[in-house]
Design a protein around this ligand. Structure first.
Ligand code: PMT
Length: 219
């Protein structure tokens, strides 16, 4: 099968982790390397799409022919993604923090003599994916990811419905060789009526298979 062309489509991809600052020295982050989202952006650009990649803090080179916007926090990612609208397809592969410190201390937090614990107050971040799906300029396709340690398909299906997505790509995290950081992954791509297993395969190959499904849906 020849790879579906994506010429003429504008595709917005988010990738990588977000870092939520606690003080000038410390932050809350996660294990996302950005590899999955960067593979999708690279493959989409190679197939002729006009690609904007909103990237959290990662150590990856920019894919060819991709416009990259670097961000650090979930709040910054929200702004950058909203600036990327309108687009034909939004693919949220980033691991966005669900919670962020209520405030960032201006000075480094010091431990006090005799102090055993430190309580950090966290507040919920805004859900970028759900806001894109509810936006007046909603893309033709809104594709989410779900990183789960258990009940992978069940939790992913819940996110598909709650966030009003067209597709969700569920992947297992917390095991070696798949999900976070690894070069390979396996996806269960779920929509309202169906589900399709992709991989295990290198992330770039999976990106191609996912983009074939997306092109099929747009045709
Ligand atoms: O970056 P790698 O090391 O290659 O790893 C790839 C990956 C495991 C990070 C990727 O395949 C993946 O699963 N990305 C989504 C991770 C995640 O945050 O999943 P979630 O189930 O917590 O979030 C569900 C969806 O909502 C995601 O599309 C996420 O981008 C989005 N979200 C979540 C919270 C929030 N505040 N805003 C969001 O947009």
């Amino acid at each position: 099968m020849t790879a579906a062309s994506l010429a003429g489509l504008r595709i917005l991809v988010s990738a990588g982790p977000t870092y939520e600052d606690i003080d000038p020295a410390r932050f809350l982050g996660n294990r996302s390397s950005g590899k999955m989202g960067f593979a999708i952006a690279a493959e989409a650009a190679q197939r002729g799409a006009d690609v904007v990649l909103v990237a959290g803090p990662v150590h990856l080179p920019s894919p060819a022919q991709v416009r990259r916007v670097n961000v650090r926090s979930a709040a910054q990612m929200l702004v950058a993604v909203m600036k990327g609208l309108p687009c034909d397809v939004y693919i949220g592969a980033a691991a966005v923090a669900d919670f962020t410190p209520r405030s960032c201390s201006p000075g480094k937090i010091k431990k006090q003599p005799g102090q055993d614990t430190l309580v950090l107050e966290l507040v919920q971040t805004r859900d970028i994916l759900a806001e894109v799906a509810a936006h007046a300029q909603r893309p033709r396709l809104v594709v989410g990811f779900a990183a789960e340690t258990d009940n992978v398909a069940g939790y992913a299906r819940g996110k598909l419905q709650r966030k009003r997505l067209d597709l969700i790509c569920a992947n297992q995290v917390g095991v070696a060789g798949t999900g976070f950081e690894s070069d390979d992954n396996a996806l269960l791509v779920i929509d309202a009526d169906d589900e399709r297993a992709l991989g295990p395969a290198p992330k770039r190959a999976l990106a191609g298979q996912l983009l074939d499904l997306i092109a099929e849906r747009l045709a």
